[in-house]
Every structure is written in C-alpha cells, then in structure tokens.
Ligand binder design. Structure first.
Ligand SMILES: C[S@@+](CC[C@H](N)C(=O)[O-])C[C@H]1O[C@@H](n2cnc3c(N)ncnc32)[C@H](O)[C@@H]1O
Length: 260
C-alpha cells in the first residue's frame, strides 16, 4: 500500500487562498430543502462541515482516502454530518444523492470520462453535481515536477509515475454533462491570483498537494533528493518578487438534472 503523504498542517498553510474556489463552487449549488450531500475527497472535513451548514442539508457524507486528513474530521462531526474512509474510484451509489460535490480532489483520479459517468449515476432525479478541479498543469511549478520525476534516479524508483493530466478541457466537461442528461449546466475556467510571500512559497504550496504523490511513491531519502532537485529546477523559472504573484487556473462545473 502507498504511504499516506497527506499532511493537514502543510495543506492548510494556504487555507485562505484555497477557500475562495471552494466558496465559488459551493455558490453554484441551488438550495433545496433536506438535501442529501456527498463530498468526495473531503480532506480534513472542515469545508464539508461549512457546506453542510450552508445548505442546511439533511445528511452529508464526506468521503476521503487519507487517514491523515480524515483524523481532523472527528472534531467537526455532528448530527447529519458523517465521514467515511474510502476511495472515490469505488464510490458507486446509484441515484442516491441530491448533490455530488467535490472540491480540488478529482484531479487525483484517472479517466474523467468514465469518472463523470460514475458520479452522474449517483445523482438523484432533480439532483446536482458541483465540482472544482485545478487546471494549472501547464504552470512551471507543475511542469518542473514532471520533468524531475522523469529523470534518474527517480524514474526507475516509481512503479507507476504519479499521474498528471487527467483533467479534461472545460468544453469536454460541458459536453459530457450534456450527454449524461443534465438539463442545465455551468462550466467555467477561472484564474485565481494569489499573493504569496515569495516564490519559495510555491514549493511549499506544492508540497501540501501535488508533491504528496511523489512523496508517497518514493523512499524518504529519494524524496528529499527529489525535493532538492525540484526546488533548484523550479525557482529560477519563477519571478523573484516579493510578494510573488501565483496565478492558479481552475475549472468550476455545476449541473442539474431536469427530472425532479
Ligand atoms: C487538495 S485536497 C482537497 C480537500 C478538500 N476537498 C478541500 O477542499 O479542502 C484533495 C483530497 O482528495 C483526497 N483524495 C485524492 N484521491 C482520492 C481518492 N481516490 N479517494 C478519496 N479521496 C481522495 C486526498 O486524500 C485529499 O485529502
């Protein structure tokens, strides 16, 4: 089994910056009474709890694979809000949920054509899907990680190289949502501009997310070396300004079934 490299403290270093896209995708949801909501890849559960409260949901389930992230969820559990450890790939409820929600998690899964079909099957008649995925994979911070991973000694240490690039073009999500029978939809691309203290914070940002895939796949010594080479590779490609402006592109999608 792969090592759980998620670390809530590292992830939450940029909690303020990560909050806005969550708020934006949550704002797309149409309020309805007594909703049943599932939050896929819910992380620490803190945002799941906010979603549950904002929607006044009857029932909310946060599904999360990482025990490290889920350890925090116990603190926010309350009547109607529960958490379960599990893999989104195995999530197979049929027409069970009024809202299938996911913020910044589905990019960890392959084959979004199949994944969207799977998630759509879990949406009840009249129900909604609301998803936010990063689409920043062309940024030097991501490209440098892919480059370093393809070099030795790292390349031979990966049984399978960490996945990049499962996120589809936004218009393909729109087509899929239409094909899957959603009567109304909104798909948009948004660039979030973050002012970080310096370009070094980009490395810290990625350590909390993207680089966990490399950390979990490499022995600790090799990951330390990977991080060092990554830092040397990426920093010269980023502007040396204080603050450092980090543009981060994301796709926000929402759709609703018309068969309520
Ligand atoms: C960037 S975090 C986002 C967490 C939370 N949704 C938020 O907005 O703060 C991505 C989360 O997805 C989880 N994740 C990734 N792949 C998963 C999978 N296949 N099944 C369940 N959770 C997964 C990770 O463990 C991580 O906690």
């Amino acid at each position: 089994m792969r090592k759980d490299a998620w670390n809530p403290a590292q992830y939450e270093r940029f909690a303020r910056e990560r909050r806005q896209p969550f708020d934006d995708v949550a704002a797309l949801v149409e309020r309805a009474p007594r909703m049943r909501v599932v939050d896929l890849g819910c992380g620490t559960g803190e945002l799941t709890a906010d979603l549950h409260a904002a929607l006044g949901a009857r029932e909310t389930l946060g599904l999360e694979r990482s025990a490290n992230m889920l350890a925090r969820a116990a603190a926010v559990t309350r009547p109607g809000l529960r958490f379960a450890q599990g893999d989104i790939a195995a999530f197979a409820d049929q027409a069970a949920w009024d809202l299938v929600f996911s913020n910044a998690a589905l990019h960890w899964l392959p084959d979004h054509e199949r994944l969207l079909r799977q998630l759509a099957a879990a949406v009840a008649p009249g129900g909604q899907i609301a998803v936010q995925v990063p689409a920043n994979f062309g940024h030097p911070a991501h490209l440098a990680a892919v480059e370093v991973a393809a070099e030795e000694p790292f390349a031979r240490l990966f049984t399978a190289p960490p996945r990049t690039g499962s996120v589809l073009p936004p218009e393909r999500y729109a087509e899929l949502l239409d094909d899957l029978g959603f009567a109304r939809q909104s798909v948009r691309v948004q660039v979030y501009g973050h002012h970080l203290a310096s370009r070094d914070d980009v490395v810290e940002w990625l350590r909390g997310t993207t680089l966990t895939a490399y950390e979990s796949a490499l022995p600790p010594d090799a990951f330390a070396e990977f991080l060092q080479r990554y830092r040397e590779r990426v920093l010269p490609r980023l502007r040396d300004t204080r603050p450092f402006f980090y543009p981060f592109q994301r796709i926000l999608m929402w759709a609703r079934r018309g068969d309520a």
